[in-house]
Design a protein around this ligand. Structure first.
Ligand code: ADP
Length: 601
């Protein structure tokens, strides 16, 4: 979906900081040069090779001049032959060195991108839930694809062109000057116009480029919505409306592309015209100077041939400027990710957690984003080892948040969560994930076999341990009855398994870890009664002997809990056993009353 294709690569809604100011650009470039330190040898090599290619390119016209003046005009056949051979040798060297420089620079450039991709990915994997709340998955994917892609252009050919254009422009100018200052002056007449045109082009094309990217982003989100939302769209017969929206964004994309074509065509046309006009001027004025004996015929021809080496670099540099800018913008964003400090991180001297213990929540408060309403305020609760705590209450009250904090998916802003007397923030993350396991409503399945998916929870588990865990939950037969048993491929996101089977995988994963505490968000979706019963039975076996925190949606679950906490408006308002709370006649009693009315057990 996010196929970032070079210029105008796919992004969505993340272009706000596409233009960096000069200081930012400088900081970004300095940092990437530091990061590319290990490719320094490659870069030095490339510089040597580029210099040789540039010298070869410039040697061509000089040799032609020699051939004309010393060979043709002087009627010296051997001088002419030597020049022709020398020319051929120079071209051959340029060819070989040119290929070499291409490979060397690409090796350094692609190596840098590889390094960057791995660094960013590793950084993403270490981030906490809070980070993923803030950043949209699509945007992060775009960082790894489109942003890296916009640098690929630079490293694949941009850097090389940049170096060679710069050198060529510089050396060609001095070469021309040494051949004839008069003709150099004539050439310079068009330069002020050329530079003015290049500056304008650079601005216009940058605007066009940003616009194309923005429109590509909009077009992609229209496409994405149309595909992911197709069921809802068809259910309400909104296909025409969706097609119209897509057409609209598509037309906007077309228009922005056409604008960028317009910008390029006038500029390239102008450069070409300037080149031809200069050549004509040189031929005219040069001819006159030859006639007067000021310069040789060979010099005029060399001049005409060298002119291309003056005009091409100007055009290339103004084009490259934008590439460089967008690469700097992309790097800036990627560095932003690299600099994000994980909120849930491991303490420097982690304490090991006891095998079992109470989970104690001490006066915690938690807010998702600064400035928003607290999702929990001053909540305290204790879950005694081996007992079950059910969290009930209206939607948005903070139940899931409390459950997540008890498993340290987030850290509270104030207060503490302890397991066996150890603050979760002091424990090692590996220990923590072995003691406390969260079972999400929808377990994520990776492409691979059922076995691979189970082993994610514990890669070192033996086959016996795996089968033992499945046996314990009474699920071994269920999994073995799949077409290829545990080797059945689940495909991406487990699309070959039913929702119920995916849930069973999630439960088995937890069983494999054998944690002391289970945190689960009870599924609200309805499954067929057979699967439902199987899940219920497996869950019951999984919970046996463990501490359980469950965000409950069913009365049956609540009734089986030792303790029930009613969460309302970010606080625990009632807490006790089912009977105690019913006797209290408060919020819980009313809730149970409603439950009984709506879903008779
Ligand atoms: P419950 O589980 O009781 O339905 P939650 O704990 O999910 O409630 O949510 C509590 C409050 O926090 C709600 O106002 C909700 O909108 C907000 N909230 C939940 N998750 C996030 C999140 N990832 N980012 C920002 N706010 C959130």
């Amino acid at each position: 979906m996010w196929s970032g294709g070079g210029r105008g690569g796919g992004r969505s809604g993340i272009d706000e900081d596409d233009k960096l100011n000069r200081t930012q650009t400088r900081v970004v470039l300095a940092r990437s040069i530091r990061m590319a330190g290990e490719f320094r040898r490659h870069a030095a090599w490339a510089l040597v090779l580029v210099t040789i290619t540039v010298l070869c390119t410039l040697a061509g016209p000089v040799l032609v001049r020699h051939g004309i003046d010393a060979g043709i005009k002087a009627k010296d056949a051997s001088a002419l032959n030597i020049t022709v051979v020398a020319y051929l040798v120079v071209v051959a060297i340029a060819y070989v060195i040119g290929r070499m420089q291409y490979v060397v620079l690409n090796k350094a450039g692609e190596g840098f991108l590889r390094l960057l991709r791995v660094k960013v990915f590793a950084q993403l994997q270490r981030q906490s839930m809070a980070f993923f709340d803030r950043e949209k998955a699509g945007v992060l994917v775009a960082r790894m694809t489109a942003d890296i892609e916009s640098m690929a252009e630079l490293v694949q050919w941009g850097l090389m062109q940049f170096l060679s254009a710069f050198l060529l422009l510089f050396l060609a100018f001095f070469l021309l000057l040494s051949l004839s200052w008069q003709l150099t002056l004539i050439t310079l007449i068009v330069f002020p116009f050329l530079i003015a045109a290049s500056v304008k082009f650079q601005r216009d094309s940058n605007r066009a480029y940003l616009e194309v990217r923005e429109k590509v982003g909009a077009n992609l989100s229209a496409l994405q919505e149309g595909i992911t939302g197709v069921r809802v769209i068809q259910a309400y017969a909104r296909e025409d409306e969706q097609i119209r929206r897509f057409e609209e964004s598509n037309r906007a994309l077309f228009r922005s592309h056409m604008y960028s074509v317009k910008v390029s065509t006038w500029y390239f046309g102008l450069i070409e015209f300037a080149g031809i006009a200069s050549s004509a001027l040189i031929v005219g004025v040069g001819g006159w100077l030859v006639h007067r004996g000021t310069v040789s015929l060979g010099t005029v021809v060399a001049f005409v041939l060298l002119l291309a080496n003056l005009f091409d670099p100007v055009q290339q540099l103004s084009q490259l400027y934008n590439t460089l800018q967008s690469a700097a913008a992309a790097l800036h964003k990627l560095f932003g990710i690299l600099d994000a400090v994980p909120d849930v991180n491991e303490s420097d001297s982690p304490v090991s957690l006891p095998a079992t213990g109470d989970v104690e929540v001490r006066d915690i408060s938690f807010t998702y984003a600064s400035g928003s309403q607290p999702a929990l305020s001053n909540v305290s609760v204790t879950l005694t080892a081996g007992t079950r705590l059910a969290l009930v209450g209206p939607t948005g009250a903070g139940k899931s948040t409390l459950a997540k904090l008890m498993a340290r998916l987030y850290d509270p802003q104030t207060g503490q969560v302890l397991f066996g007397g150890v603050d979760l923030r002091d424990s090692s993350l590996e220990d923590l994930r072995k003691r406390i396991v969260v079972i999400p409503q929808e377990g994520f399945l990776f492409d691979g076999s059922v076995r691979d998916n189970l082993l994610i929870a514990r890669p070192d588990a033996t086959e016996d341990m795996l089968l033992g865990a499945l046996n314990n939950l009474g699920l071994r037969e269920r999994f073995e009855s799949l077409p290829e048993g545990l080797d059945t491929q689940v495909r991406e996101r487990g699309s070959r398994l039913s929702a119920g089977e995916r849930q069973l995988v999630a439960l088995s994963r937890a069983a494999l870890v054998d944690p002391a505490v289970l945190v689960l968000d009870e599924a609200t979706s309805n499954l067929d009664p057979g699967t439902e019963m199987l899940i219920e039975a497996a869950l019951e076996k999984l919970m046996a002997g463990r501490s359980v925190i469950v965000v409950a949606h069913r009365l049956s679950t609540v009734q089986r809990a030792d303790k029930i906490a009613v969460v309302s408006d970010a606080r625990i308002t009632e807490i006790g056993s089912h009977d105690e709370l019913i006797a209290m006649g408060g919020h819980y009693a009313a809730l149970v009353n409603n439950w009984n009315k709506s879903q008779p057990q």
